[in-house]
Ligand binder design. Sequence first.
Ligand SMILES: C[S@@+](CC[C@H](N)C(=O)[O-])C[C@H]1O[C@@H](n2cnc3c(N)ncnc32)[C@H](O)[C@@H]1O
Length: 263
Amino acid sequence: MYAFAEADDITFQLETLQDLLDPSTRMVLDSLDDPTGQEWLEIGHGLGSIARELSRRIGPTGVVHATDLDARPVPAPADGAPIRTFPLDLRTDELPRRPYRGIHGRLVLLHIPERRAILARLVDVLEPGGVLVIEDWYCPEPPRVLACADPADEKVFTEVVAGILAVLRGRGADLEWAAATKEAFVEAGLIDVRVTRSDADCAGPGLAHRLYACNARQLRAQLIALGVDEGLLDRFQEVAAQPGLVTTGWRLMSTIGTKPDPR
Ligand SMILES: C[S@@+](CC[C@H](N)C(=O)[O-])C[C@H]1O[C@@H](n2cnc3c(N)ncnc32)[C@H](O)[C@@H]1O
């Protein structure tokens, strides 16, 4: 089951994720052909910032379909493509057949054990010549602490983030999947497969550290069940908010491939 399916603070978590990752995703979308008038599918849309970004790029003559476990509506921007949301569990539900010219998903397949079977189904519903973009974090280890006010804080940061990663693994996440996606795309029959990476260092009480703090609050019960000390969790909230904390970032790997067009 998705680790954050029942978490509190989910809106704050998703807003932070969007603010952190949307600039990288926009650069990936910039590298694709002009999508004006196309029909796209956004999987696991969360709060929908990328569905809206696609809508803006596609314009009123195309359409964006956006899907998640619940069908949270996503308002389309003025002069954008309409955004049609619908609920879908990627593990079990059939994907509607449409002439999708593009499919995008970010931080979704990483969490779902059936990711390779889902990838094959995404390729199946993609139009020949269409493009698949899958973005996930490569995050098998906690980020490295590069600077912090008190050397003891490094241990606090590393232990709690290692705990978060252990909880995610226990819920079926594959934290190394991002590095295997290129090979999975090729196996699924896609061509012109390429990967872009971004992994900026994270400083101060910025978005990345805010996200770790939020995740540690959301997964507090599971972290305690794993044996993480409650005092350490409380201290972590302070450490993650420190202006002097600098860590490496997780690497976002964006894999892009095209479905062959036999015509
Ligand atoms: C980490 S959030 C990322 C949200 C959004 N893609 C973004 O990057 O801002 C993961 C999203 O995947 C969705 N998700 C998890 N498991 C899913 C499943 N089995 N089927 C469909 N969506 C799923 C969650 O509901 C959540 O919205």
